[in-house]
Design a protein around this ligand. Structure first.
Ligand code: FAD
Length: 475
């Protein structure tokens, strides 16, 4: 029970922990950042997450402004046994940034981006969204590997592995991570890289938020753009078999500079589509080509002819990175199911196509992303992300408005997923998991790396303080 003198916060052992408001005031008074309670100004934004289906509320939010404040908050949470979560961009599909009735560290006050063009490095605060980093690095004609929607958080995307339009050239996002600064469960601030805490650094490259609170990411940068060739070509879904076959041919011979995704859905009421098509089934190919010869490489796809629209052309890389933002607003309800794939067999494409065409919501989509290229390159020190055998990731993204029944949309995504599962590599992407996914599925996401991750967890977080995530139990 919460009184004016005490506040109840969910504890690590399941029961509530009663804290005197005086204790919280002491924590808050030592900080420049804000300590928010329900109803405070800024509360709604601090607890908002992308997936409305996973929404829950904490008891308290702390918004640190420095690594020192993060360390104080982590020590406070550990000493009082509080259920703790860490929020980057709030885009996790399972909604893991919010500890229900617990304490949230909202990192949105730490979003500095320092680009060192000479060293080709970017030092990034953990509250940054992808777009902020792309804008800053592209000012120097540089970029690192980040995802397809620029409102996603850098922190969660990176810690789970990360891929996007540049991944086929430069590998997983974590392959481009040079160093992190992190506060671990003991409240100590550490620098982790290939020389300092190398095992921790290995685990952080894919193992998610299990090992502490990252207070700085340092990424290697590459020369990219600022202009690329990219966009979407859309055909009637009556031609879906042709489009998917052309997509397979394109991706099987694509240079690393070309990344393509296949999309099947009902046409959104977007201004770039003729009104007569709104709500009708469509099949599209989204491309980003960051090298020379884009037109020649894309010719086989354009040879299909008669698209509804062809929006592919030269554009700034930062525009490409935010092209899909309007399709992904916060608070809609979502249920995603996807698998890593080693190829696009005819049997897989049949299963994918037949499920995609049975879609139950005009907001849902069925998607295949091409990976391969540098994502498959084995390095001396691969990081925990694993899945170097994945050539594609494919699945079903169900989306519907709040208040509408979930069942038909969840059933559609699950049914499609069951049909494509036989073609999985056996791996899945930890950053696409749902709250319902169990530890077995998280273990599958890491394959043979899982036991090593459990050992690192035991070394750096033996009490499992960082458990509101896709959790790796300490060995
Ligand atoms: C619309 C959309 C598009 C996406 N596109 C891509 C894509 O192109 N490529 C891709 O790889 N993934 C993509 N994803 C998946 C995305 O990587 C994950 O949802 C990721 O968790 C989002 O990160 P976030 O910081 O926004 O998440 P949050 O929900 O804020 O955080 C997720 C988890 O990350 C951990 N975390 C966050 N900050 C820290 C920190 N500072 N220190 C330690 N742990 C921390 C915590 O465990 C937290 O629970 C997409 C997701 C969405 C919703």
């Amino acid at each position: 029970m919460t009184t004016t003198d005490t506040i109840d916060i969910a504890g690590l052992d399941g029961g509530p922990v009663s804290l005197a408001t005086k204790q919280l005031d002491e924590l808050g008074s030592g900080l420049q950042g804000r300590l928010l309670r329900p109803g405070d100004q800024g509360w709604d934004e601090a607890v908002a997450i992308w997936n409305g289906m996973a929404a829950r509320l904490p008891a308290l939010v702390l918004q640190p402004t420095s690594a020192h404040e993060v360390a104080a908050a982590v020590s406070f949470a550990r000493e009082h046994g509080l259920l703790l979560s860490v929020k980057g961009g709030g885009h996790n599909i399972a909604g893991t940034s919010i500890a229900e009735d617990g304490l949230v560290l909202d990192m949105s006050g730490m979003r500095q981006v320092d680009v060192d063009p000479g060293a080709k490095l970017a030092h990034i605060g953990p509250g940054c969204l992808l777009g902020e980093v792309d804008q800053a690095t592209q000012a120097h004609g540089l970029a690192t590997v980040l995802g397809f929607v620029s409102e996603t958080g850098v922190a969660g995307l990176t810690l789970g592995g990360g891929f996007g339009y540049l991944a086929r050239r430069f590998g997983w996002t974590v392959d481009n991570l040079a160093e992190v600064e992190i506060v671990c469960a003991d409240g100590q601030l550490r620098t982790a890289n290939r020389d300092q805490h190398p095992e921790l650094f290995w685990a952080l490259r894919g193992g998610g938020g299990n090992f502490g609170v990252v207070t700085r990411f340092s990424f290697r940068l590459h020369q990219v753009g600022p202009m690329i060739t990219g966009g979407l070509i859309i055909w009637s879904a009556e031609r879906v078999d042709e489009v998917l076959a052309a997509y397979r041919d394109l991706t099987e011979s694509a240079p690393r500079e070309l990344t393509a995704a296949a999309i099947v859905r009902l046409a959104p009421p977007a201004p770039f589509l003729p009104q007569a098509w709104h709500g009708k089934p469509i099949a599209g190919i989204q491309v980003c080509h960051s090298g020379p010869d884009a037109d020649a490489d894309l010719a086989p796809v354009r040879a299909l002819g008669n698209p509804i629209v062809d929006l592919v052309g030269p554009k700034p890389y930062v525009a490409m990175q935010s092209m899909l933002n309007a399709m992904e607003p916060k608070w809609l309800h979502r249920y995603w199911k996807a698998e890593f794939l080693s190829g696009l067999s005819s049997e897989f494409l049949d299963a994918f196509r037949s499920s995609a065409l049975r879609v139950t919501s005009p907001l849902s989509q069925s998607v295949i992303f091409h990976l391969a290229g540098a994502l498959n390159d084995h390095k001396d020190d691969d990081g925990a992300v694993g899945n170097r055998d994945a050539h594609y990731i494919g699945g079903f993204n169900a989306t519907w408005p709040p208040g509408a029944p979930a069942d038909p949309h969840v059933a559609w995504a699950r049914d499609g997923w069951e049909r494509i599962r036989p073609y999985s590599t056996g791996g899945n992407y930890v950053n696409f998991q749902l709250a319902e996914d169990d530890t077995g599925r998280t273990a599958d996401a890491y394959g043979t790396n899982y036991q090593r991750l459990q050992q690192v967890k035991a070394d750096y977080d033996p009490g499992n303080l960082f458990r509101v995530n896709r959790n790796i139990a300490p060995a």
